[in-house]
Design a protein around this ligand. Structure first.
Ligand code: GDP
Length: 330
């Protein structure tokens, strides 16, 4: 793609053309080196127009009702006059070849809503790679005029941290149940939460859901809040009936207002950008070292020597880094 074509694509994205947006994201997700260069140029052009959204991460164990919630929430948010982009970080997507947003039967009405844009998780071998592309996709969606970005992840692993590191607010969905459920979910994930919703608060589950809310509120007293000046709301909702979904959106808006006024939102994004740069540096350096043709033999023999206990991992790493940088071992 020539410079001019990248310019045209950028303009088409900025004017809100959906096909251009989809094409831009496909370019971002490509692993080809020449595509990467074009993607970088595209991002440089679009970056000045990005940032104008509230970025919400959402997580919860499989079955808690994430996609049902996102559908109800997304439709509500669009009804309020917003445009919402729904992305996903799913490090496990290689398992089935599908992804958490890839299932066509999920979010059927939202996917037909002209105010919404849904993009499944990109394929990728590493969480870092998937997270990077999701971050970049988020920026492109913002440049295309989406003012709410929702990033979904499955509540089972490290991807929560990755999502919290790219969003303004982290929303955790929980099931009605005993207080021990809070222990079941990794404490670290609860500590990331800026809002907790106990979903499925309908029918027979309504009462247990209310009980759970009280228990979680108590439990939260013992944790330090994820964000300064923000008391983590714990509320019930039913993604199925949409009860409480509007209240959840109200909290997102309240969070955005409070955090913007206090300057925390800007500070958080600045820190995230800086961290992102360092992540790129470490991953980029490691990749180059791994790919260095002059190092291939030494990499193999060092790995074996470390396995056999003939060399310490520290010495081997030092030696490899020195050889990579072509300097004397320090
Ligand atoms: P996910 O795996 O977290 O995305 O969960 P899903 O959205 O696919 O929902 C899992 C199951 O729970 C589905 O059968 C939903 O219909 C059901 N479900 C989701 N939200 C609610 C709710 O608020 N109330 C009830 N009763 N069922 C729900």
């Amino acid at each position: 793609m020539s410079e001019m074509k990248v310019d045209q694509l950028a303009d088409a994205v900025l004017s809100g053309q959906r096909r251009a947006l989809a094409r831009a994201i496909t370019l971002i997700e490509s692993t080809r080196a020449d595509h990467r260069e074009e993607a970088d140029r595209l991002l440089e052009k679009l970056m000045p127009h990005a940032g104008n959204s509230i970025r919400v991460g959402i997580s919860g164990v499989p079955g808690v009702g994430k996609s049902t919630f996102i559908e109800a929430f997304g439709n509500h948010v669009v009804d309020q006059g917003h445009r919402i982009a729904v992305l996903a970080v799913d490090p496990s997507s290689k398992r089935s070849g599908g992804s958490i947003l890839g299932d066509k039967t999920r979010m059927e009405t939202l996917s037909r809503n002209p105010g919404a844009f849904i993009r499944p998780s990109p394929a990728g071998r590493t969480l870092g790679g998937v997270a990077r592309r999701t971050r970049e996709t988020m920026l492109i969606c913002e440049a295309a005029g989406f003012d709410v970005v929702l990033v979904e992840t499955v509540g089972v692993g490290q991807s929560e941290t990755a999502v919290a590191e790219m969003t303004d607010m982290f929303l955790l969905l929980l099931l009605p149940g005993g207080g021990d459920e809070l222990q079941g979910i990794k404490k670290g994930i609860v500590e990331l939460a800026d809002m907790i919703l106990v979903n499925k608060a309908d029918g027979d589950m309504e009462k247990p859901a209310r009980r759970s809310v009280a228990e979680y509120r108590n439990a939260l007293h013992m944790l330090r809040p994820a964000t300064m000046d923000w008391k983590v709301p714990v509320q019930t909702c039913s993604a199925l009936t949409s009860a409480g979904v509007d209240a959840a959106w109200d909290q997102v808006e309240a969070f955005r207002d409070v955090m913007t006024q206090a300057g925390h939102l800007q500070a958080r994004r600045e820190a995230q950008s800086q961290d992102w740069m360092w992540t790129e540096i470490s991953e980029g350096l490691i990749q180059r070292l791994r790919d260095d043709p002059d190092l291939q033999d030494l990499l193999r023999t060092s790995e074996q020597a470390v396995r056999d206990g003939r060399q310490s991992p520290v010495t081997a790493a030092r030696h490899l880094i020195s050889r990579f940088l072509k300097v004397d071992p320090s």
